[in-house]
Each structure stands twice: as structure tokens, then as C-alpha cells.
Design a protein around this ligand. Structure first.
Ligand code: 5AD
Length: 364
């Protein structure tokens, strides 16, 4: 799909046409990745971070949160719980923290693979090719690293470079070279993100040949530089002189659930073989509907939180995350919702066809 077409969908004001977009994405989802919804157990292994991302509650300068790291035993305990819930994958996510060293992460990946045999996804920020290679050798299967926005100027402003961090696109390339199943994605409605930018972001999902695509709304956090900036409130954006006028390419994208559903549907159309989660942030922004509506607009994965409840409230990337429900409770609700959609809960690792096809091509 050409960028102009993506932009037309993002700015479309006709609800009937949009229903057609969501239905088309849902059909492609059914044809390419089936009716199973795969659940990934998310373990937030620590909230220390060296970065100063202006949007993220875990940014290094935030003195208002208590910092924590899970021990290897605590990570194992959470992973066992994920398996007890029937999840075929755990996602170990944390800030860019030197304590999650090459050796520490390799050991924990090896323990999980050896004892539990499930798929392991890492989401630990921009890391060197050497670290990524060691973790792959230890058995890691997948890696998630959102590029957040394709606008380099905006990215530098909200995600200042760090002298020891390789950079997002460099890390994504290294992951690809190392044969990881590679996930990336964006926030929708980041202040400064225009419709032209968002159209390019979505086109990039295909250019990067992503296996997994995570899309969530930007949610302002009061203890962040961006959250404190009143001038560019995401809610003020997208207002127009005349109500009927469609947004222009240069307009700010609103951080609305509707805009995220459009991006999810377009991601499915561009990358029909990818795994696409109904993200937690979307669940927060569109309480009670977010995950369901995303699942009906192209998504096929959900990532229930398996972090020990005592640490949950400290992993506050954005406000409003559920920090009290045990994984088992979330699972019960999710299963009902998935069945109500006429879908089933996925069994096994749930690799993306996108990755499996690439692996096949590389074999011949
Ligand atoms: N609102 C929404 N999503 C956020 N993330 C970080 N901060 C916020 C925020 N304020 C997302 C980023 C990051 C992922 C782990 O969380 O996209 O890659």
C-alpha cells in the first residue's frame, strides 16, 4: 500500500468506510494467522533505566519512583506462573540497565529454556550486537524494540541518544542479522507526530519486514518532561477551523483509541503474516474495549502481566496500568472475551508466519 493510501485511511471521516477497513484487516488476520489469540506472559524484570526518554515514566531523571530489579529466582517464579497459566511465551521486559548484563540475561534465558521449554522474548532496549548474540545463543527467540517514530528529529528530541547505546534501527538490524524474530512498533499521538509521519511509520513496518508489530496510544505521564508540557496537549490536537475538514498531512495525530485501531488494521494489511498484539496501553486508553476492538481489527496477541504484584505499580511507563490483578484473574477475563469473539486461546509458542517463512527461505 502506498503512503498516500495509508494517509487517506488515517484521515478518513466516513465511519462506514472505516468499518470496511477493520473488516478487511480482520479477514486477513483470519486467513494468515488464524483464529487463535496467543497470550504472552509479560514479566517486567526491572525499572532502572539509563535513558532520558521524555515520554516514559521510567526515565533516568525520575526521582519519584522507587527502583527495583527482580532476582533470577523471582524471574523464574514468575515464568513458572506464566506456564501454569498456559502461556507458551514469556516476555522479559526492562529498562536499559547495566545490571541486566550479558551474563545475567544469558543465564536466565538458559534457565527458562532448560526448565520450562517455552519461547523467550526479550525487550531490554538498545543493546550491543555482542549481547544480543550471547542471548540468542542462550536460547532467546524474539526481541521487541519499538522505533517509536520514523521522524528522526522528533525521535532525538524525545529520546536523546546515549553514548553507549547503539540506536534503535542499528539494534533492529543486528537482531535481524542474528535471526531473531523481530518486533518493533510505535506510539500513536506522540506530541509532534503528524499524519505524514504516522503514514511513514506504518509504511516502515513493511520495509523493516517486521515479524511483530506493537502499536499503542501515547499516554502522558505527569512525571515526565513531555507529560508536563501543557502546550502540546494531545487532546488539543487535531482541531480544525471547520468541523467537516479532514486533517491535513501536517496536523498533529490525536492519541485516540480510534487512531490506534486504524494503525493496527493498516499494520495487518501491510504485514498479514505478522503477530500483532492488542497492547496494554490501548486497554488503558479504551477501558473495557481496547483489547477486544483491536483483536477485531487485525490483532492476534495479548500480553497479560505476570510481574509479581508487589512490583507492578513501580513499572509505570504511563499512568493507569492495572497493578493489582494476578495473571490468573486477567487470564479468566481474557479467555471469556476471546471466546466471545468466536476465537480460541493459542496453544504453544505461536511464532509468526512471517518469521517461519523467512526461516524457510534462508534454509534453501
Ligand atoms: N505512553 C504510551 N506508551 C509509552 N511507552 C513508553 N512511554 C509511554 C507513554 N507515556 C511505550 C514505548 C516503549 C514501550 C515499552 O512503552 O513505545 O517502547
Amino acid at each position: 500500500m502506498r503512503i498516500e493510501r495509508i494517509n487517506t485511511w488515517l484521515t478518513c471521516g466516513d465511519p462506514h468506510e472505516l468499518e470496511g477497513l477493520f473488516a478487511h484487516a480482520d479477514t486477513l488476520r483470519h486467513e494468515h494467522v488464524g483464529d487463535e489469540v496467543f497470550l504472552r506472559g509479560l514479566i517486567e524484570i526491572g525499572n532502572y533505566c539509563r535513558r532520558e526518554c521524555a515520554y516514559c515514566g521510567l526515565h533516568a531523571g525520575n526521582r519519584r519512583i522507587a527502583r527495583y530489579r527482580l532476582s533470577a529466582d523471582e524471574i523464574m517464579e514468575a515464568a513458572r506462573k506464566a506456564v501454569a497459566c498456559g502461556f507458551g511465551t514469556v516476555v522479559l521486559q526492562g529498562g536499559e540497565d547495566a545490571a541486566f548484563s550479558k551474563g545475567f540475561v544469558a543465564d536466565i534465558v538458559q534457565r527458562i529454556k532448560g526448565e520450562l521449554g517455552i519461547a523467550v522474548t526479550l525487550s531490554l532496549g538498545e543493546r550491543t550486537a555482542e549481547e544480543l548474540a550471547a542471548w540468542k545463543r542462550a536460547g532467546a527467540d524474539r526481541y521487541l524494540l519499538r522505533f517509536e517514530t520514523s521522524d528522526n528529529v522528533l525521535m532525538e528530541a524525545v529520546h536523546p541518544p546515549h553514548p553507549e547505546a547503539p540506536g534503535r534501527f542499528e539494534t533492529l538490524q543486528a537482531l535481524r542479522d542474528l535471526d531473531y524474530e523481530v518486533g518493533s512498533g510505535i506510539m500513536v499521538g506522540l506530541p509532534g507526530q503528524t499524519f505524514a509521519t504516522l503514514s511513514r511509520d506504518i509504511a516502515l513496518f513493511d520495509e523493516l519486514e517486521l515479524d511483530m508489530i506493537g502499536i499503542g496510544p501515547y499516554l502522558p505521564h505527569p512525571d515526565t518532561p513531555l507529560g508536563q508540557t501543557q502546550a502540546i496537549s494531545a487532546l488539543d490536537c487535531g482541531s480544525h477551523d471547520t468541523e467537516a475538514a479532514a486533517p491535513a498531512l501536517s496536523d498533529q495525530v490525536p492519541a485516540t483509541p480510534d487512531m490506534v485501531y486504524r494503525a493496527v488494521a493498516l499494520a495487518r494489511i501491510l504485514r498479514p503474516d505478522a503477530n500483532i498484539p492488542a497492547t496494554t496501553a490501548l486497554g488503558v486508553a479504551d477501558e473495557g474495549h481496547g483489547r477486544l476492538r483491536a483483536l477485531a481489527a487485525g490483532a492476534n496477541v495479548v500480553m497479560p502481566n505476570c510481574t509479581p504484584v508487589r512490583y507492578r505499580s513501580l513499572y509505570e511507563i504511563y499512568p493507569g496500568k492495572d497493578s493489582t490483578s494476578e495473571a490468573e484473574e486477567t487470564l479468566a477475563v481474557l479467555c471469556d472475551q476471546i471466546h466471545a469473539l468466536g476465537r480460541t486461546v493459542g496453544v504453544g509458542a505461536g511464532k509468526s508466519p512471517s518469521f517461519l517463512k523467512r526461516a524457510d527461505r534462508n534454509r534453501v
